[in-house]
Design a protein around this ligand. Structure first.
Ligand code: DGI
Ligand code: FE
Ligand code: FE
Ligand code: FE
Length: 187
């Protein structure tokens, strides 16, 4: 699928604000793909589709998680996590994307996971540092992303964990596992 068709399909799923975020993630993912040697076409498609399911009703997402054999523990955690794996499913069934690397990068763009492949890291990080983001600490992560992909992913994971903990919220175990995995590998 080419960029324009993917953008058209995605745009129909979201608000203008979220679409602008999507364009930012796409540009950032392409720039990271250039810098770190990932497949540009895959990075572009994964970025365009990463938030495809963001506005699906919770009941629909819940049903897909149950019927498609996804981790049921997702249902005990923050519903913000659901659009990522559900998005991968819908991008396959509605948009016809069958590339597993792209689908995985979409599925894990929120939680992260152990042993994240290059494409996962690029989409995860692009989502965090795209130009439209302005949360505390993002400038430092952008700076680190210029020379250390893993270093920047670790910072993004750490910031997210701290952000959730400061709000007294639960943290999905995969997010901790992703953080631990990268920290231990870089020591
Ligand atoms: O969809 P986006 O807003 O572009 O970004 P995202 O898919 O990374 O969603 C991030 C939100 O999910 C962020 O506000 C934090 C929230 N969240 C809730 N629980 C968890 C979580 N994020 C992670 N990584 N792990 C959690 O356990
Ligand atoms: Fe998202
Ligand atoms: Fe994210
Ligand atoms: Fe996003």
């Amino acid at each position: 699928m080419d960029r324009d068709e993917a953008l058209k399909l995605t745009k129909a799923q979201m608000t203008e604000h979220r679409y602008q975020h999507t364009l930012g993630v796409m540009e950032t993912a392409l720039s990271l793909a250039n810098r770190y040697g990932a497949d540009r076409a895959k990075a572009e498609l994964a970025a365009i589709f990463h938030d495809y399911a963001k506005f699906r009703p919770k009941d629909e997402m819940k049903e897909i998680i149950r019927t498609e054999g996804m981790s049921l523990d997702l249902l005990d955690h923050n519903p913000e996590l659901w659009h990522a794996p559900v998005g991968a499913f819908l991008v396959r069934t509605e948009a016809g994307i069958n590339d597993q690397e792209i689908l995985d990068a979409i599925a894990f763009h929120t939680s992260g996971r152990v042993d994240m492949p290059l494409l996962d890291k690029i989409v995860f990080l692009a989502d965090y540092i795209e130009p439209g983001r302005n949360f505390p600490g993002v400038a430092e992560v952008r700076e680190t992303a210029k020379n250390s992909l893993d270093g920047a992913v670790i910072m993004a994971l750490r910031n997210t964990i701290i952000f959730l903990m400061k709000k007294n919220q639960a943290v999905y175990p995969e997010t901790f596992y992703a953080y631990n995995d990268l920290i231990m590998k870089t020591k």
